[in-house]
Design a protein around this ligand. Sequence first.
Ligand SMILES: Cc1cc2nc3c(=O)[nH]c(=O)nc-3n(C[C@H](O)[C@H](O)[C@H](O)COP(=O)(O)OP(=O)(O)OC[C@H]3O[C@@H](n4cnc5c(N)ncnc54)[C@H](O)[C@@H]3O)c2cc1C
Length: 429
Amino acid sequence: MRTCPIVPPARWSSVPSSWAVGAPWGKKDSEVIVVGGGPAGSATAALLAQAGHDVLLLDRARFPRDKACAEYLSPATADALARIGALAKVEAQGPVRPLGMHLIARGETRALVRYPDGQTSRRALCLSRRVLDATLMEHARSAGVRVLEGWQVHGVATDPLAGAGVEVRPVDEPAASRRFLGARLVVGADGAQSVVSRSLGLDRPVRWPQRVGLVTHVRGVGGLEHYGEMYAGQGGYCGLAPLPQGMTNVGLVMDARAARRAGSREAAFEAGLARLPGAGARLAGAQRAGAVRGVAPLARRVTRPAGDGFVLVGDAAGFLDPFTGEGVFRALRGAELAAEVIDSALCRGDVSAASLAPYARARRAEFAAKEAFCWLIQGFLLCPPLLGYALRRLERRRRSVDLLGGVLGDYRPAREALRPGFLWALLRP
Ligand SMILES: Cc1cc2nc3c(=O)[nH]c(=O)nc-3n(C[C@H](O)[C@H](O)[C@H](O)COP(=O)(O)OP(=O)(O)OC[C@H]3O[C@@H](n4cnc5c(N)ncnc54)[C@H](O)[C@@H]3O)c2cc1C
């Protein structure tokens, strides 16, 4: 990435009518404010700071903090971490590096998906998000980002000329202590319930899928050193991922109505597991090592990922479902795309929607085929007998299952798996 000098403070020339009295249009606390210090926010902030920009990163949590996630990161995530300059720091935390995953439908049919790449084999990366996210935030700090932990953002307004205004409050101070921070541009990296996208009126309703994700850690599950396991059945699925120190992540996704009927997270988790053939038996004898954490709803959509004075990255820019395991990769790759466009826009002194428009185009080029592939997978998940049938065929067709591994691993273009030949390999008797 090219570096450029920090642009001198702009003359704030207009105030959007939507913004409350007291907005900071006359002051600039930072060139860029990043809201959210998960993988998307920390990576974007680090890249912009490395490019010479003045960046302030705000997160309502204090790190290390937990995040409900199945903690199985696709092999290409390591490539993205390397480009961001954080791979060595993440590897120093001792992640488990599985060679692939067993896909198991209805407890009976299996296919082993590995990650072959030419002469070598790639590996996924499994590490608790508590450790991963704290490591990435530290990486941002060491790149020169100013970080405020325990600061919650309550609202955002932007303007093509005046820039961005963010309403914030330290979480342990009373409501009256809200204050405004000003910047040339705000990055919304505040995850699935993004306040940035909501404040800017960008959220779109999602009618389907309506699912919840429930995650916990257990001990005492053997045989996961080399391969994760994914159990799919009617109404949901459950992944087992190996973590350092003998821990296993159990990530369950189930229908939101069924989860509500169960009454509590714990009860929903037990009910969901009981409905998945094979998964409950596999976990018999495992000892729980933490509470069940949840995310609902899982899917989110936005009208656009960038506009006058703002950019959305990571889950804030949209999310479908964790089955295909690319969330953290998308957060990091999205951060790279965002940082490049933001850097150019800041250097031009123009943060208007037109100036930031290349970001939406870059995201489409990067992610559209994988999104289409994820929808295709959703079709198979709706019908476990069809999934079982396809897995039986895949197990006999090595080239096709290797292609599936490459696409799920985010290192082969997803469009290859959208070709009729691949679908034929899944369905032909
Ligand atoms: C059940 C489940 C399982 C998953 N499993 C996997 C998996 O195995 N592999 C994978 O790659 N992906 C998985 N994902 C997806 C992955 O977790 C996300 O895609 C990823 O966390 C996105 O990173 P992010 O930085 O955009 O958001 P987040 O990681 O959610 O970070 C957002 C940050 O913003 C902060 N924040 C939120 N609101 C505010 C506010 N108002 N003010 C200040 N700070 C705020 C939060 O505290 C948080 O630190 C899973 C998701 C779910 C729900």
